[in-house]
Design a protein around this ligand. Structure first.
Ligand SMILES: [Zn+2]
Ligand SMILES: [Zn+2]
Length: 236
């Protein structure tokens, strides 16, 4: 199952169970024992999704369980009813800061690792999100936000691009001018773009893009061009 199909299947909620538990097409009748396994699998995935922070609506969408069943399950696990907040549908939230973009790219990589896994959409999401939580101490993305990352690509809101600085593949909206991945943006937040030396931390105001020495050098050279703020893409 590739990342695109995860997003598409999650949208249409069609045949969600793959491989082992999938029945041959000619055998429309689901034997009772297989149905029990399917139902148990759905219930287990629903529980894990709730534990990982999914709202009831997303759990219904991913597991095919009814609203009533999921609502009861949710209340049983969390002690409170599920909030009815919207599932994200634009990338505005992700673009607010680089930490979110970094994490979105990490999640994207994790989805790719699962590309050939014989798992349901819910199973893939659970595995990706568990790995994400293990990797990072400060997760910026909720499970819902992580789930939406592959969709940003299939919706063609984001595109796979190659960073001008480190040649790493990453996903982001297309922009004119230079292409800088979130890792390099983070790097340039802390290191001089000219010589690579550490930039002194400033608590307020625009963060410097060059170290004091380079800054002084540039000033003395009478260069007027700015190296931009820390969040600017160089070359833009
Ligand atoms: Zn880069
Ligand atoms: Zn420097």
């Amino acid at each position: 199952m590739n990342v695109a199909s995860i997003a598409i299947m999650s949208t249409h909620n069609t045949k969600r169970r793959s491989a082992v538990l999938e029945l041959p097409k000619r055998n429309r009748e689901i034997p009772g024992d297989i149905k029990i396994i399917n139902d148990a699998q759905n219930a287990l995935e629903a529980v894990r999704l709730v534990q990982l922070g999914a709202r009831a609506a997303l759990v219904c969408q991913l597991t095919g369980l009814t609203k009533r069943v999921v609502a009861r399950l949710y209340h049983r696990i969390t002690g409170v009813p599920s909030s009815s907040g919207q599932v994200p549908f634009t990338d505005t939230w992700y673009l607010k800061n680089n930490h979110r973009m970094l994490d979105a790219n990490l999640v994207w990589r994790l989805f790719h690792r699962m590309e050939h896994a014989e798992k349901s959409v819910a199973g893939v999401l659970i595995q990706v999100y568990e790995a994400y939580l293990e990797i990072t101490d400060t997760p910026a993305l909720s499970l819902t936000r992580a789930f939406f990352v592959p969709r940003l690509v299939t919706m063609r809101t984001w595109h796979q691009q190659t960073c001008d600085h480190c040649t790493m593949l990453f996903i982001a909206p297309l922009k004119g001018g230079g292409v800088t991945c979130p890792v390099c943006i983070e790097y340039f937040n802390h290191r001089c773009r000219r010589c690579g030396a550490a930039i002194e931390h400033r608590t307020a105001g625009r963060r410097k893009a060059a170290c004091s020495r380079c800054y002084e050098q540039i000033r003395q050279d009478g260069k007027s061009e700015s190296y931009g703020t820390s969040n600017d893409h160089p070359g833009r």
